[in-house]
Write a protein that binds this ligand. Structure first.
Ligand SMILES: [Zn+2]
Ligand SMILES: [Zn+2]
Length: 353
């Protein structure tokens, strides 16, 4: 019970302020009967982590979250010790933990919308230590077995779940022509999930050559350069004139709305994943009304973790080609710079012990 004592220490990345990330000794997280102590084996850097590092993440600017904090919500690891009630977990098990941790008691939690729980914790953000650390103590209710999945793939279950949520919200079927705006990590997972759901055509749109290439390699029928090509004509050509019956918006760039309306087929569904950082955009609502368009906000991947794990296990979704850089856990700041600059075609950076 070395770790239960709370006396043992561990190393973790702790953010003390904007641009101030320290790999330092902290207390090992305490284990209670409903928690599982996990040795972190892979943790990937998300755009949210870059915002936390820069001090611009909305939870920080609104005062909801505070420094110092240990970030990291896309992770996997190996069980070291399970609390007395966590009988489903045993030392050596490979696990992944969710980002949203609901109270399990409110009406939202009880109908499965725990990602909207008002009292929720969020891993690496609110009330739950993040995974850029040697160990993480995690509530058993939000921990999943990832069986024989590699740790790097398992660290990508969180963004995969987000993509599954968007594909389900927009009800993608084999009849659909799907356009994914933005071929960042989430967009590249959305391309693969739409493919796995049997979409007739999957078209990725981005401006960065490395990401367009990755989209093609990961199964997109076409990858369109938003800068050079005539986007609307290209979507028309690729869909036999039908246009997009589903658009998954994963850029957070408000200018996307300028081209969106003319890209949509009548009755189309739009899944919104990207956040615009508070910047407003003028939307012409008339085409949305006239074409009977549905727009869905998509947050997290509630209840979809087992599905995301299965998609990876069955090889329908992979992280190879998305994870481009690997660094030691202690080199968080360097990883953030690579993720930010996208140097050498960087898409996703994974940190490992
Ligand atoms: Zn993330
Ligand atoms: Zn709740």
């Amino acid at each position: 019970m070395l770790f239960n004592s709370g006396e043992a220490g561990m190393k973790a990345i702790r953010l003390h302020g904007p641009g101030d990330a320290r790999w330092e000794e902290v207390d090992c997280p305490p284990l209670d009967p409903d928690r599982v102590l996990v040795r972190v084996k892979a943790a990937s850097i998300c755009a949210t982590d870059v915002e936390l590092y820069d001090g611009v993440m909305v939870y920080l600017t609104s005062g909801l979250a505070r420094y110092p904090l240990i970030p990291g919500h896309e992770w996997s690891g190996e069980v070291v010790e399970a609390g007395a009630h966590a009988t489903a977990f045993h030392p050596g098990d490979r696990v992944v933990g969710e980002c949203s941790i609901g109270c399990r008691q409110c009406v939202l939690c009880r109908r499965g919308a725990y990602h909207l729980c008002r009292d929720r914790c969020e891993t690496g953000l609110l009330g739950q230590q993040g995974a850029f650390a040697e160990y993480i103590s995690f509530p058993r209710f939000f921990l999943h077995h990832c069986r024989d999945l590699g740790f790097e793939d398992a660290a990508c279950i969180e963004p995969t779940g987000v993509a599954v949520h968007a594909v389900r919200r927009t009800r993608v079927t084999p009849a659909d022509n799907v356009v994914v705006m933005g071929a960042g990590p989430i967009g590249l997972f959305a391309v693969q999930v739409a493919r796995a759901y049997g979409a007739r055509t999957v078209i990725a749109v981005d401006r960065r050559p490395a990401r367009l290439r990755a989209a093609r390699e990961l199964g997109a029928d076409a990858a369109i350069d938003a800068t050079g090509d005539d986007l609307i004509h290209a979507v028309g050509d690729l869909t036999g004139g039908l246009m997009a019956s589903v658009v998954i918006e994963a850029t957070g760039n408000r200018q996307v709305w300028d081209s969106l309306a003319s890209m949509l087929a009548p009755g189309a569904r739009v899944g919104m994943l990207g956040l615009c950082g508070g910047s407003r955009c003028a939307v012409d609502f008339d085409p949305l009304v006239v074409k009977d368009i549905s727009v869905f906000g998509c947050l997290g991947g509630p209840g979809l973790w087992e599905e995301a794990i299965s998609l990876h296990q069955r090889g329908l979704v992979r992280s190879r080609g998305i994870v481009t850089h690997r660094l030691p856990l202690s080199e968080f700041s360097g990883g953030v710079e690579i993720a930010r600059s996208q140097a050498n075609g960087a898409i996703k950076v994974v940190l490992q012990p």
